[in-house]
Ligand binder design. Structure first.
Ligand SMILES: C[S@@+](CC[C@H](N)C(=O)[O-])C[C@H]1O[C@@H](n2cnc3c(N)ncnc32)[C@H](O)[C@@H]1O
Length: 201
């Protein structure tokens, strides 16, 4: 039955709604953003870019000037109402138009597993051009020992959940990796890996 839903994209249709996205996050995951330690290292005068920002769950942790880009217009509308002080742009990441080094730090959370290898390179090369100091990349990491995790990962819209060594190789093509850490989400089902990177130039 779940295979049928996936095949017919009912799940992805439901997830067009910010409320469905948020309910799913709250129920199965909990707010993992509070566990990404690097988010607390952002200073109030810094310019921050969040690529594929979704419903902007990181926004409460960011002290700087925040710009979020996402392709989903429902999410962007929701963000504009909830966080009017922030800047949101409804756009494909491939179309981001800012000039070189416009941002002090940039963030991409739980998006890489939606992209094939060549698009990850395109994304991270661009983030390297746009960012002065630090690029925080967080993504799902396999959690094979947990049966529920295996089931939920199989239902995920992203089809490219990669092992740490594979992600490391991909990210290193575009950025310098400074630090890596992993943690379990608050519901202890999903496992996350965080790469703290700097641009190569
Ligand atoms: C799993 S969600 C992660 C959202 C958010 N970063 C978070 O951690 O809650 C992936 C997001 O990528 C966005 N997305 C998918 N393709 C995109 C693209 N080509 N350009 C920009 N955003 C995209 C989706 O709309 C969705 O909000």
């Amino acid at each position: 039955m779940f295979a049928y839903w996936k095949k017919n994209n009912i799940v992805s249709l439901l997830f067009q709604s910010p409320y469905v996205y948020l309910a799913n996050q709250k129920f199965w995951v909990g707010n993992y953003n509070s566990l990404i330690k690097e988010l607390f290292d952002i200073k109030p005068d810094e310019n921050i870019l969040d690529v594929a920002c979704g419903v902007s769950m990181v926004a409460p942790y960011i002290k700087g000037y925040y710009t979020g880009v996402d392709i989903n217009k429902n999410y962007i509308q929701y963000n504009n109402k909830k966080y009017p002080a922030n800047n949101y742009i409804c756009q494909d990441f491939k179309e981001i138009k800012f000039g070189a080094k416009s941002f002090d730090q940039s963030i991409v959370i739980n998006f890489l597993h939606h992209l094939p290898d060549d698009e990850i390179k395109q994304l991270l090369d661009r983030m390297g051009q746009l960012t002065k100091n630090k690029i925080i990349i967080a993504d799902l990491s396999p959690n094979d020992k947990n049966f529920l995790a295996r089931f939920l990962y199989s239902m995920d819209q992203g089809k490219f959940i990669r092992q740490e060594n594979v992600l490391t190789k991909l990210i290193s093509q575009s950025l310098k990796i400074e630090k890596v850490y992993t943690f379990l989400s608050p519901r202890r089902i999903y496992k996350h890996i965080v790469f703290v990177c700097s641009p190569r130039n």
